[in-house]
Design a protein around this ligand. Structure first.
Ligand code: NAD
Length: 337
């Protein structure tokens, strides 16, 4: 992290501004000297600037290379199918990195034992297009998938480098090469080649359907999972469910030139404006951002404060069974830094 590092801050829609206030309150309490540059996207941008993703926001992310983003509401029937997908495309954010960790005092099936990271390829696979109806009567639809050597190599390398830099010991390559012989087959072939360059890290392979069953039955066996776009989308939500749901699930979208850190959940219109949204997911994304900025000790400090606050059941938000609110929760975390 450079001195006076500036990050782009997107407050977003719905509960977005509330959880961003909470996250910045905690970040300020850490006294890291970070500067914030506010930029608009989503409904907030549409109302202010007449477009969902203004050029000034793109410029800000391009300049600062790091953004902290609250959830955005994508209005039905406007421009992009998803602003988040658009951001991933425009900045070539090829790695979607989603940690899932057991936390105390959450409504989780696994209150301990889970500590894994899903690394999902974010730009290829089944999500390169929306598919087509291939018969005029609307009875047949097809979808093209694209997997490339380059795309596979960079995501698998990302996963192994992440294992190396965080002291993790195992990478599980998740695929369906037994059936999808060309696409998943290429991904697996490249993964094996990359894995051979990291002899100190155990690599195993698992077919995606078995992986889902294993995750539900014995999630503690996983460390880092690397997989293609569609499988990663599903598996990462499954993992969020293992450890207590969306209020605790952060995500990072990482490319060579920019990285965007966010909560996995949406703008939660049902509770927006009530001040009761759980800020943890965005705060855990702040932790990922600090790791990315080369501040792993600060990231660990933040995570410890979050865990200690959950352990003490201090000011937790209603989704966690507490009677606190977004800001009281954030203050309780800041007080434990
Ligand atoms: P959602 O994640 O917003 O809400 C699902 C449920 O979880 C709701 O009951 C909500 O109250 C609850 N919830 C979500 N976050 C919470 C938090 N931090 N604390 C407490 N409870 C929380 O999903 P949705 O309702 O399907 O989507 C609403 C909008 O968000 C849609 O416009 C969607 O497109 C958008 N969305 C954006 C992102 C993003 O920007 N990354 C991700 C998903 C959905």
């Amino acid at each position: 992290m450079t001195q006076n590092q500036t990050i782009t801050v997107i407050r977003g829609d719905g509960i977005g501004p509330e959880i961003m206030d909470a996250a910045l309150y905690v970040l300020d309490a850490m006294k890291l000297g970070l500067q914030y540059e506010e930029a608009d996207a989503g409904m907030a941008a549409l109302e202010k600037h007449g477009e969902l993703l203004p050029a000034a926001t793109m410029d800000s992310i391009r300049r600062n290379r790091v953004a902290l983003k609250s959830p955005l509401t994508t209005p039905v029937g406007e421009g992009f199918s998803s602003i988040n997908v658009e951001l991933r495309k425009r900045f070539d954010l090829y790695a979607n990195v989603r940690p899932a960790k057991s936390f105390p005092n959450t409504k989780s099936r696994f209150p301990s034992g889970v500590d894994l990271i899903t690394v999902r390829e974010n730009t290829e696979g089944a999500y390169i297009g929306e598919g087509q109806m291939t018969s005029e009567d609307g009875q047949i639809a097809t979808l093209t998938q694209k997997v490339t050597r380059k795309g596979s190599e960079r995501i698998v390398r990302y996963a192994f480098d992440l294992a190396r830099s965080t002291g993790r010991k195992k990478v599980t390559v998740v695929h369906k090469a037994n059936i999808l012989k060309s696409t998943s087959g290429l991904f697996l072939k490249v993964a094996r080649e990359v894995a051979a360059q990291y002899p100190e890290i155990q690599c195993n392979e698992m077919i995606v359907d078995n992986c889902c069953m294993q995750l539900v039955m014995k999630p503690e066996q996983f460390d880092i999972i690397v997989t293609t776009n569609l499988f990663g989308d599903i598996i990462s939500d499954l993992c969020a469910g293992l450890v207590g749901g969306l209020g605790l699930a952060p995500g990072a979208n990482i490319g060579a030139d920019a990285a965007i850190f966010e909560a996995v959940h949406g703008s939660a219109p049902d509770i927006a404006g009530k001040g009761i949204a759980n800020p943890c997911a965005l705060l855990l994304a702040v932790g990922q951002m600090l790791d990315h900025l080369g501040k792993p000790d600060e990231a660990a400090r933040l995570r410890h404060a979050i865990v200690a606050t959950l352990e003490a059941k201090d000011s937790l938000t209603p989704d966690l069974g507490g009677e606190g609110n977004t800001m009281s929760f954030a203050k309780a975390i800041a007080g434990r830094l």
